[in-house]
Design a protein around this ligand. Structure first.
Ligand code: 2NL
Length: 348
């Protein structure tokens, strides 16, 4: 190779190498550039290989120049590498950056089930009147569920048609929460003021107005001198708390084996105030059954029915939730469809 060609190549490579190294946008690109500029097949390396065959003075001068270009390009590569590594760090840092000034992502609050809302409100009214809350098993024996409540063995409610029996003889899913109150009376002397909220079961084919599972709040007051007037006063106070101060209460005779006398209780409609509308039909909303506790029920629990009297009532929670929230199908309460449930978000 001619010495002047070699000199020209070295200067060209110095300029080309610096430009390429400066332009490398990543560590990978820089490594490829380094191979192209300083590798075995690079023009500088070819010049280096021909130096040995040159005359002494040319050899010394070109050797010095080659080393200078090599050293310069190697230094440039390392500078650029340091720049890119710093840049990679900065890029990582900015990708991982957290803007602490942004407001947080608020979790959705969820909601109470409408039956829970209604049950809580009803229980709250009674606890403020001085009642205690009692709970009991959902699988009951026939004595607590029927016998103690004066429901005789041949009563239609006891047949397999209406009740759900379990695989243990004489045991069934409770058909009302009354058994909880029977257990309360068995375990303590009067006076008793309790409400028993909870799940109950019937053998029914589910449709818009019948379900297998439904909920009740039952109430029981037993004391000396309790009269039907106390029942009426208590239910009026309850209805006004739940539906507003204008609410009136209507009691009509009805029969339940565990009370005497017994009645059906309706409240004046909270939408039309008794005039008649789409919610109530004729102005009244039938809400619950009630009555004076049958003396036999008191005696079954070991209470002296000559000394003590009491009243009891049973309210269906589904029924109240349907009129209150305008729900037209019972099945909505058990299907768990979020489009139904999320409508109660924020309701307390
Ligand atoms: C209804 C009717 C009622 C009772 C429940 C009761 C409980 C005891 C003693 C006497 Cl321990 N009675 N409970 C009384 C009358 C009616 O429920 O239609 N409920 C949805």
């Amino acid at each position: 190779m001619d010495p002047s060609d070699a000199r020209r190549i070295l200067e060209e490579e110095r300029a080309r190498g610096r430009a390429l190294i400066g332009r490398a946008g990543s560590i990978e690109e820089l490594d490829r550039t380094k191979t192209g500029v300083l590798g075995r097949k690079a023009p500088v390396s070819e010049v280096q290989r021909t130096i040995g065959s040159l005359p002494e003075d040319e050899r010394r001068e070109l050797g010095r120049l080659t080393n200078e270009v090599l050293a310069e390009l190697r230094a440039e590569v390392e500078n650029r590498r340091a720049e890119l590594e710093g840049g990679a760090d900065a890029e990582l840092l900015s990708a991982d950056a957290v803007d602490v000034t942004l407001s947080g992502r608020r979790p959705r609050p969820g909601s109470f089930h409408p039956l829970t809302l209604v049950e809580d409100r009803m229980v709250d009214v009674f606890t403020r009147m001085g009642y205690r809350v009692a709970e009991g098993p959902e699988i009951e024996d026939e004595w607590h569920n029927f016998e103690a409540l004066n429901i005789p063995p041949d009563h239609p409610a006891r047949t397999m048609k209406d009740s759900l029996y379990v695989d243990v003889p004489g045991m069934l899913l409770r058909t009302e929460t009354s058994a909880v109150q029977i257990r309360t009376m068995q375990s303590q002397a009067p006076p008793v003021y309790v409400v028993a909220p909870g799940r109950t079961y019937r053998r029914d084919t589910p449709d818009a107005t019948h379900g297998t599972v439904f909920h009740q709040v039952e109430g029981l007051a037993v004391d000396e001198g309790i009269s039907f007037a106390d029942l009426r006063g208590t239910l009026e106070a309850f209805a006004r708390e739940l539906f507003g101060t204008n609410t009136r209460v209507r009691m009509t005779p009805d029969y339940f084996p565990f009370v005497e006398p017994g009645c059906q209780v309706a409240v004046s409609c909270f939408v039309c105030d008794g005039a008649g509308c789409r919610v109530c039909g004729n102005g009244w909303i039938e809400l619950l059954g009630a009555g004076m506790v049958h003396p036999k029920v008191l005696e079954n629990c070991g209470y002296d029915s000559e000394r003590y009297t009491g009243f009891a009532f049973g309210i269906g929670i589904e029924r109240v939730a349907m009129v209150r929230y305008g729900v037209n199908d019972l099945r909505l309460f058990v299907e768990g469809d979020v489009r139904f449930l999320e409508q109660f978000e924020g309701v307390a």
